[in-house]
Design a protein around this ligand. Structure first.
Ligand SMILES: C[S@@+](CC[C@H](N)C(=O)[O-])C[C@H]1O[C@@H](n2cnc3c(N)ncnc32)[C@H](O)[C@@H]1O
Length: 290
């Protein structure tokens, strides 16, 4: 398997993924949660479907926080609707991460009361996605922090195949500026790797940290349209109770990095081959009479 080390690391890491020792992930999730949710809402509006009817594939589900952020009604003050748990497919190379994701699933009582099953879980390597899942079966594919995969081009190609026409691919990555500072100055490692410390042993896993232009190119090369990529910034007022990262950020700021990009978010849509006019006609056959 190409990603044997990645699998090994995340399998060993699954239990403690959201523990206080792994503040980086908590910090990243706080920064990316709302932009991801907004992209979901925009896609549902574009498809003219309620968010509840959108089918979602979550590649590299991790501990499943995104599912919680997308499915729980308490987030309705940001986007009125929510995603249904049973319209999500969790996909991950690591069985431990899939197990960790279950921690966020609705209780049995909730499932009975609201007639909503838990997400489907599928274990596998994203590079074999289209061999494992049926093509053209999702409206949204989310790959949050998909930086560990070396063959980035393939992720976009695989996502393209499993998306329905007009489906949206949403990706996030750690940004180069922040990660270079953390990796070089805090850990003393090459910035193209991320470091895992498990039982006192250090593991280095490749990590792709792009600029928005790099993401735009990956989307366009795979055939996506309506491509957008932007930096997500460190929020000065956001209290993330994280000494290690806040020290690093402060350190970076002393180096006069004024606005420090933390993550990059990219979105692109699979074309359906129709013109805007044809699409309007298809959506509303009475279009010409209105
Ligand atoms: C950095 S975590 C991100 C988790 C979550 N998406 C988030 O945004 O917090 C990366 C996740 O991707 C999974 N992963 C890494 N390489 C993978 C691959 N080649 N195929 C499928 N999943 C992979 C890992 O097991 C891990 O759960």
């Amino acid at each position: 398997m190409t990603h044997a080390i990645t699998k090994q690391v995340y399998d060993a890491f699954g239990d403690t993924y959201y523990s206080p020792q792994h503040n980086t992930i908590r910090y990243f999730n706080a920064i990316q949660a709302f932009p991801i949710r907004i992209a979901f809402a925009e896609q549902a509006r574009f498809l003219r479907k309620p968010l509840e009817e959108v089918d979602v594939l979550n590649i590299g589900v991790g501990n499943g926080q995104h599912c919680e952020q997308l499915c729980l009604p308490i987030y309705k003050h940001v986007v009125r609707e929510r995603v249904r748990w049973d319209r999500i497919t969790d996909f991950d190379i690591s069985s431990a991460m899939l197990q960790a994701a279950k921690g966020y699933y609705p209780s049995e009582e909730y499932q009975r009361r609201f007639a909503e099953r838990e997400p489907l879980q599928v274990q596998g390597d994203v590079l074999e996605l289209q061999d494992i899942l049926p093509s053209e079966s999702f409206d949204i594919v989310l790959a949050g922090l998909c930086d560990n995969v070396e063959d980035q081009k393939r992720i976009y190609e695989e996502a393209f195949k499993v998306l329905r026409p007009q489906g949206m691919f949403i990706v996030t990555y750690p940004h180069k500026t922040l990660m270079t500072i953390i990796r070089q100055e805090l850990y003393g490692i090459h910035p193209a790797f991320t470091r895992f410390l498990i039982d006192g042993r250090e593991y280095l896993v490749p990590s792709f940290t792009p600029e928005p232009e790099d993401i735009e190119e990956l989307f366009s090369d795979a055939g996506f349209e309506a491509v957008q990529a932007e930096n997500l910034y460190h929020d000065q007022n956001f209290d993330f109770h994280n000494q290690a990262i806040s020290n690093t950020v402060r350190k970076a700021q002393k180096k006069s990095v004024e606005d420090l990009p933390v993550l990059v978010l990219g979105t692109g849509r699979k074309p359906d081959g129709l013109t805007e006019l044809e699409r309007k006609e298809k959506r509303d056959p009475w279009f010409w009479y209105n």
